[in-house]
Design a protein. Structure first.
Length: 172
């Protein structure tokens, strides 16, 4: 775990040779450049935290097997590769585009807010699973998202049903 150490520079490609590595925490540093493709060699990697850096480029497809993937608050762009939600995927606050290709396997958190995503959400996100948290706000989805056939877990929790919101309007 090397998070919050003001590390600068690029992520070393040599990390890909640490084939037994299970956890890699480099979040909250000043790392820049692309995520090295060599990380695909880390078949045992289950936890990857690269949040709050200045990383750019696309997300390597091989990261789709990581149980906890946090790439939030970077400058990543391009389409979201096929990822398997097994625990946590945090890709918020980037510049990701296209329609996300996420296969939800188990309960967890999927945060895609504040990107440039468009298109449709896969049925595996909306209809085939329950018990996970989804945030897709602040994107460019133009089509309405039909929640009629969604699992009952999507229904608003009773604790929030009694809230009333009002807004004051300015009059000229």
């Amino acid at each position: 775990e090397l998070s919050c150490n003001e590390l600068e520079g690029c992520i070393p490609r040599e990390l890909g040779s640490l084939t037994e590595l299970r956890r890699l925490g480099l979040g909250n540093n000043k790392l820049r450049g692309e995520i090295p493709q060599e990380l695909e060699n880390l078949e045992n990697l289950r936890y990857l935290n690269l949040r709050c850096n200045q990383l750019d480029g696309t997300i390597p497809a091989a990261l789709g097997q990581v149980y906890h993937l946090d790439l939030s608050q970077n400058e990543l762009y391009g389409e979201v590769p096929l990822l398997k939600l097994q625990s946590t995927i945090l890709l918020n606050d980037n510049k990701l585009t296209g329609s996300p290709q996420i296969h939800v396997i188990s309960n967890g958190i999927l945060d895609l807010h504040n990107n440039r995503l468009t298109g449709e959400l896969p049925d595996t996100i909306l209809y085939e699973n329950s018990g996970f948290c989804l945030n897709i706000s602040e994107n460019y989805f133009l089509e309405p998202i039909d929640l009629k056939g969604c699992n009952p877990a999507w229904k608003m929790h009773n604790a929030f049903q009694s809230f009333n919101f009002t807004a004051k309007s300015a009059r000229n």
